[in-house]
Every structure is written in C-alpha cells, then in structure tokens.
Design a protein around this ligand. Structure first.
Ligand code: GLN
Length: 315
C-alpha cells in the first residue's frame, strides 16, 4: 500500500463526515454539557513516526466522560492487580445502555464490564490510593505528556448534582457488597474522573500508548504494563461503544472508547492512536460525526482488523 498522506486523509475524513446531516444531539442530562458546540469536529492522529496529524477542532477542551473508564481500569489493575479487579467486575458485553442498572438485579449483582457506568463505579471503588482522584490526574498527566491536565469544575459539579442514576447504581452495588468503601466518596471520584478536560490531541496520545503495547512512543517510557494494555484494548473492542460496539466492530473494526463529552479514543496496533471530537451524539451516546470520520479512516487506510493488509505502512 502506498504511504498515505495523513494530513490530507484526515481533512478528507472531516469533509466526508460533515457532508452528513448532523442528526445528533449534544448531551444534556448533565446540564453543563449542553454548552458544547454541536457542529464542532476535530480529528487527531498521534503516529509512530512521532508526528501529530490534526485537523478541525483539536484545541477545544472537552470532558473525557466514559473515556476515563479505560484509564481508571488500568490504574485499578496497576494498584490492586487482576484478581481483585475482576472479582468486582466481569468482562462481558451487555447490549444495554451505558447507564443501565437492569442487569444488576436480573443477571448478577456484579457489573458486566468496566466500560459501562456500573462497572466503572465498581472499578473506581477498588483503586488503592489515599486520594484516588489525585492519582488518576497524575497518571493522566503522564499519559498525555501535559502537566496542566485538570478537572473541569463546572462539569463535575453539574454531574454531581444531577447524577441520580449513578447514585442508584452505586448504592445497589454497595448493598451487594461490590462497593466496599464509602459510596459518596467513590461516586465523587467517579464524577471527577469523568470531568477531566482533554483535547483530541491528548486522547490520540493515550491511544498511541495503547497501540504501542503501553509504551509512550514520544518519550520511550513504558507507562502501561503490556498485559493491562491488552486487557484495555480487548474491552474497548467488545464493550467500548456500549450497545453500539457490534455495529462499530463491523463498520470500523479497531479498539475504541467513546464518551458523552463527544470524544472517541481509538488505537491501531503498532501504528497510531486516533481521537475524534464531535459533541453531537446519537441515541446510544456515541458521536455522530465521529463515527463517520472513523468509518472513513478505516476504509481509506484499511484499518479494520480483518482488512487483510499484512503490512500497514502509512507513515
Ligand atoms: N459521566 C457520564 C455518566 O456517568 C459518563 C457516561 C458516558 O460518557 N457515556 O453518565
């Protein structure tokens, strides 16, 4: 395959996506998220040649929301190990909405996977640190190579004030012994990790670390153990787009995690991290234009795990 000019490819991806009517809606169940620009769209690729390719709204700060679930899972694995983490959460897809609590009663009291709210709240409860959010933030700063990564206080307070469903989930988990620590403190950490501000460039960098087996290609430093990177990527494949994960796997076919802030973080093994920012969401909570961008990139660069290209040579 010819070397692709990634600058041109991502510009074309934006044009392709924007040609589709913006049918989605900005998330409003967390009131502060309503302020996002529905028509924003940014795409960034952090590649193994140590170059950052970007186009569109890549400097805009937005909150990670569910994308933080990948980082908190890795942090939990690093602090308490696999056995403890997977005694609190399973690794199976649900086919339900990200904030559903229905299976906690009908299926099992242990949440089905760490990429949905119930699972991420269970994971938040096991991280072994005196101040889990400080630890999370410090880890985020290393992953993004940026010391000024910080909390979006307004979004955090807005989610804390409106997060009744998450409260219901957390108390249900506590009643079954899944949450062992103070419920309100665990929820507070969960709301905070969802409310960390990032740009598409930051998320592309984290994606690139995952793509490189846990090593930061920009510094050469290993930030994630190989086994934990593998676990995170596998769960991104099976559960990262919630109840849209199957369709996404067919249409795009790379590990991905979305958030209701409008971000999608992806990785292409041994090649690069990709992030898209587009706050207009479909009914499942995934970025409408973000999905289109990724469909385009997957097709154009033959990214799908079953695309059949033996050697990928884009850069
Ligand atoms: N903070 C959000 C919530 O708990 C995260 C959900 C998401 O991004 N899908 O509802």
């Amino acid at each position: 395959m010819d070397k692709a000019n990634l600058d041109i490819v991502i510009k074309n991806a934006i044009e392709y996506a924007k040609a589709y009517e913006n049918t989605g809606m900005v998330a409003s169940y967390i009131p502060e998220l309503k302020n996002a620009d529905k028509n924003a769209l940014g795409v960034c690729i952090a590649a193994n040649n140590k170059k950052i390719y970007k186009a569109g709204d890549c400097e805009t700060l937005f909150t990670m929301q569910s994308i933080s679930k990948v980082v908190s899972l890795i942090l939990a694995l690093q602090t308490v190990g696999k056995e403890k983490v997977f005694s609190k959460v399973w690794v199976e897809p649900t086919g339900d909405a990200f904030n559903s609590l229905v299976r906690l009663e009908t299926h099992t009291h242990i949440p089905l996977n760490p990429m949905i709210n119930a699972g991420a709240i269970a994971v938040a409860g096991v991280i072994d640190a005196e101040f889990p959010f400080s630890r999370f933030l410090a880890f985020m700063r290393r992953l993004c190579g940026r010391e000024d990564i910080c909390l979006n206080e307004r979004v955090y307070l807005s989610e804390k004030a409106s997060g009744m469903k998450n409260r219901a989930i957390a108390y249900m988990l506590a009643s079954e012994g899944v949450l062992e620590r103070d419920v309100e403190q665990t929820l507070d950490f969960y709301f905070k990790m969802c409310s960390v501000n990032v740009t598409a460039v930051d998320l592309a960098r984290i994606g690139s670390i995952l793509a490189n087996d846990g090593v930061d290609i920009f510094t050469g430093e290993r930030l994630i153990e190989s086994e934990y990177a593998l676990i995170a990527k596998t769960l991104m494949v099976t559960c990262g787009m919630y109840d849209g994960s199957g369709e996404f796997a067919i249409k795009v076919g790379i590990p991905a995690k979305s958030g209701v802030g409008g971000g999608i973080m992806c990785c292409v093994e041994d090649n690069f991290g990709i992030a898209v920012y587009g706050p207009s969401l479909d009914a499942k909570g995934n970025s409408v234009w973000g999905l289109k961008v990724l469909e385009y990139l997957s097709k154009e660069l033959k990214l799908h795990y079953f695309a059949g290209s033996k050697i990928r040579e884009y850069i």
